[in-house]
Design a protein around this ligand. Structure first.
Ligand code: GLP
Length: 243
């Protein structure tokens, strides 16, 4: 695991967008795993700039998003599909036929999860998986638990995740369930890039980088992946420097 400390969210976004752009240039039909939340928003802006300047095209890439809230339609402003459309996809030449999302409103959860996993496999796996980390150490919506998950599944969100994310919902009423890629799906990505900024992530960053590898902090398993780069700022890295 390589940890890179940069001065600002802007600097991190430039560096991460460069990694993703280089991947697209090397392999125009790359398979990219995208994340939602505040962490990747600036990176998505840099990628849009690269698209607008003609440096990269999204038209041949295939994407898989990490997770989606149950019960929200794609048109719902709080859905992660809407988030990706608004913050990245809708501002590029991406082919929406190649955009994959867990369909979290299905009544056939098990079938949907199996289908998603086999779609990832049949595309040859994910070349780069972009991640954020929850304040409780979650990746995707893999919450702290007694064992690491493997394939996609339906999860009941923990109170700490609800507390962290309900600010995005106008009436504070956010879904309690989501579908998420499992830890195994994330670990099978060939390369993983994680962004963690701000003081609220300091404990999670410490546990992820220096802590024991344990499902109590799902992000800690990234220590065992052969190609992970973690981008941090001074605030999120605050606890690392004492060790
Ligand atoms: C959310 C998402 C994750 C995200 C993380 C951090 O709940 N499910 O995919 O990486 O929590 O969010 P943020 O970047 O807003 O801090």
């Amino acid at each position: 695991m390589e940890v890179i400390l940069l001065d600002s969210t802007y600097d991190i976004s430039v560096a991460v967008a460069e990694i993703i752009a280089n991947q697209i240039k090397k392999k125009p039909d790359s398979v990219l795993g995208f994340a939602t939340g505040a962490s990747p928003v600036e990176t998505y802006k840099r990628l849009i700039e690269k698209y607008q300047s003609g440096e990269i095209s999204f038209k041949d890439i295939t994407t898989f998003n990490l997770d989606e809230y149950c019960g929200l339609s794609r048109e719902d402003k709080n859905s992660y599909f809407y988030f990706m459309k608004d913050n990245l996809f809708g501002k590029t030449d991406i082919d929406f036929e190649k955009v994959h999302f867990l369909s979290a409103s299905t009544d056939y959860v098990e079938d949907e999860c199996k289908k998603y996993q086999s779609e990832i496999e049949s595309c040859g796996g994910i070349d780069i998986q972009l991640l954020g980390v929850g304040t409780n150490g979650h990746i995707g919506f893999n919450e702290p638990s007694d064992e690491f998950t493997d394939g996609p599944f339906k999860v009941k969100l923990t109170q700490s995740t609800i507390d962290a994310n309900s600010k995005y919902f106008e009436n504070g009423n956010m879904p309690e369930y989501a579908l998420t890629m499992g830890v195994g799906d994330i670990m099978r990505a060939k390369k993983i890039v994680l962004i963690a900024t701000g003081e609220s992530k300091a404990k999670a960053v410490y546990s992820m980088v220096k802590g024991e590898v344990t499902p109590k902090c799902p992000a800690s398993i990234l220590q065992t992946h052969k190609d992970v780069t973690v981008f941090v700022d001074k605030e999120s890295a605050a606890l690392l420097k004492y060790n």
